[in-house]
Design a protein around this ligand. Structure first.
Ligand code: NAP
Length: 237
């Protein structure tokens, strides 16, 4: 069924790959970018909107524009995220807050907005893009891991609050996926990391997109409050 899908941080990486998966399945897809809209989106039938998830006014404006052009958002993918990696002792309060404001509060802001329309429609899907780091912790990632772990508590609370309206809320927890986010690591670090992954390779962004699309589909109508790991078997907990 054709649905209106909004993906935050959809101009590159996992967000963009997910947008292409949804578009290929015939949905009406909106992505957000911050500075420059990505090229060639019209070839995929994907609509781009400028939005910074740390700014409530941007979010309000984006939802208004999407509603006017595509309709009420039925599926929200809260994907926008940043890292400010450093050992906890060297992490400034400002960096810690920036990561939380983007990864957690940004996801909350967009979900709260989307849920209003979903309530009226009595149907909806919210997917939060968390991370393996949020489940197992990572040296140098206290801010990032805290923000990603908190998405689980957020999603499970929302899952319970909105279940009676046929709205499901789930989390996808990717492992190491080949995007710009990994570019800060050296080739050596990546090769060492790969050695610990049972499937022996990094994940592809579209492998996350396909799981997100499944969770958003009618096939997943009895899954809510779940955390789905997509990490090549790195963490089997
Ligand atoms: N790659 C991995 O290994 C991995 C693993 C686990 C989880 N994840 C999660 O997956 C999601 C996507 O990451 P990625 O790997 O695709 O990384 P990426 O290529 O760095 O993309 C991050 C996206 O988030 C957007 N973004 C950042 N801050 C934003 C803000 N304040 N407002 C709106 N958009 C913002 C970026 O927009 P700009 O282009 O404007 O910066 C970009 O589109 C993130 O939540 C990340 O934590 C990634």
């Amino acid at each position: 069924m054709e649905r209106v899908v909004l993906i935050t941080g959809g101009n590159r990486g996992i967000g963009l790959a997910t947008a292409k998966v949804f578009a290929a399945k015939g949905n009406k897809v909106a992505i957000t970018y911050r500075d420059t809209p990505p090229d060639g989106m019209e070839d995929f039938g994907i609509h781009s909107y400028s939005c910074d998830v740390t700014d409530e006014e941007h979010i309000d404006k984006t939802f208004k524009e999407v509603e006017e052009t595509l309709g009420t958002v039925e599926i929200l993918i809260a994907n926008a995220g940043i890292t400010r990696d450093s050992l906890a002792a060297r992490t400034s309060n400002a960096d810690f807050s920036e990561v939380l404001d983007t990864n957690l509060t940004g996801a909350f802001r967009t979900a709260k907005k989307a849920l209003r329309g979903m309530m009226k429609n009595r149907w909806g899907r919210v997917i939060f893009v968390s991370s393996l780091s949020g489940r197992i912790g990572q040296i140098g990632q206290s801010s990032y891991a805290a923000s990603k772990a908190a998405l689980v508590g957020l999603s499970r609370s929302l899952a319970k609050e909105y279940a009676s309206r046929d709205i499901t809320v789930n989390v996808v927890a990717p492992g190491a996926i080949k995007t710009d986010m990994l570019e800060k690591l050296s080739e050596n670090q990546i090769n060492e990391y790969i050695k610990s992954i049972p499937l022996g390779r990094l994940g592809k962004p579209e492998e996350i997109g396909e799981i997100i699309a499944f969770l958003s589909s009618e096939h997943a109508s009895y899954i809510t409050g779940s955390v789905i790991p997509v990490d090549g078997g790195l963490y089997m907990g």
